[in-house]
Design a protein around this ligand. Structure first.
Ligand code: HEC
Ligand code: HEC
Length: 277
């Protein structure tokens, strides 16, 4: 993979470990996360933004979306992700990552990242909602596939609580306060994410977080989780905004398992993406 240079050696290591885990778990485990694109996500229906045909006849508003997206991308993203989104030493390929990934990364202020050697952090978004939409459109025009921006409906708190305990609490803590993972990486607190961002994170699996495709969590279950995560925030505020502390006694075996799961998913994504190239 020429697109990921030395910067990605930790990814390679993760893939190696993940593959070992995957082999131990059998081929089904590797296959599971591959059909990552949920039905109805932006299918590869051709480039959304056709190459600019320097049409001076088109009015400013007609040009606005596509031109704006391309310009914003060129100025803020291309230095790391490449002109055509194929990646560079400084950032991964964005071809086929899907609208949800772009909306999540830019909408949570993770991108554009100031220093690519650090874990991306949540912050105030650099762009307006319109600009983010234009960036999403431009990046998805590099290639189809990948999860679209999920639609979240009102979910069941009870089911959300159970799903959260089983799937999310091992990393983010039972109260959603976040926790350290490994090598200085952490699972962030969940108090600022909007319901759509929660759903995007679930479908995209940013950084060390595993992807939960629709075979693992249905759209309804994702909505249940998004609803419950909002509740975590209000519970925290009710208690005066004190951080509720990190995850309590986390058996080392569980921690290892969770990290192995994350690596396995990273490996499967990497292999899937590679196969798609
Ligand atoms: C300084 C380099 C840099 C800049 C500038 C930058 N990125 Fe990134 N980007 C990265 C790196 C490094 C990662 C991988 C982060 C990680 O390890 O989780 C990444 C990850 C991403 C991802 C997730 C890819 C995936 O596999 O799901 C998206 C989407 C993304 N960037 C979009 C953008 C957009 C859009 C911009 C411009 C607004 C931008 N980035 C600017 C370096 C950069
Ligand atoms: C293996 C550990 C792990 C598991 C399991 C996990 N996450 Fe994450 N999660 C992470 C990491 C690491 C990040 C930060 C990613 C990055 O570097 O940008 C993250 C980021 C997030 C974010 C973004 C928060 C923000 O404010 O920007 C949300 C929301 C989220 N996770 C929700 C969930 C939910 C819901 C589940 C359960 C379905 C879950 N996570 C399971 C590790 C995990």
């Amino acid at each position: 993979m020429p697109t990921r240079g030395d910067r990605w050696s930790h990814v390679t290591r993760a893939v190696t470990v993940g593959m070992v885990v995957a082999l131990a778990a059998g081929p089904a485990a590797l296959a599971a996360p591959a059909p990552n694109a949920p039905p109805g996500s932006n299918a590869p229906s051709g480039p959304a933004a056709p190459p600019e045909t320097a049409a001076p006849s088109a009015g400013p508003s007609a040009l606005a979306g596509a031109t704006q997206g391309r310009e914003l991308y060129r100025q803020n993203c291309a230095s790391c992700h490449g002109d055509q989104g194929r990646g560079s030493q400084r950032g991964p390929s964005l071809v086929g990552v899907g609208a949800a990934s772009v909306d999540f990364q830019v909408g949570t202020g993770r991108m554009p990242i100031p220093d690519e050697m650090q874990q991306p952090r949540r912050g105030r978004p650099v762009f307006s909602a319109d600009e983010i939409a234009a960036l999403v459109e431009h990046v998805t025009s590099f290639g189809g596939g990948g999860p679209g921006i999920p639609r979240v409906t009102e979910g069941s708190l009870g089911t959300g609580r159970e799903l959260f305990a089983a799937n999310c609490a091992p990393c983010h803590g039972g109260t959603g306060a976040g926790a350290a993972l490994t090598n200085g990486w952490n699972a962030p607190p969940l108090y600022e994410a909007t319901p759509v961002q929660v759903a995007e994170a679930i479908r995209v699996g940013p950084g060390l977080m595993p992807v939960f495709p629709s075979q693992v969590l249905t759209d309804q279950q994702v909505s249940d989780l998004a609803t419950y995560v909002q509740r975590l925030r209000s519970e925290r505020l009710d208690r005066g905004g004190n951080p509720l502390g990190r995850l309590g006694p986390l058996a080392e075996g569980v921690a290892a398992w969770v990290v192995a799961l994350g690596l396995l998913v990273a490996a499967a994504r990497w292999l899937g993406r590679r196969a798609g190239e």
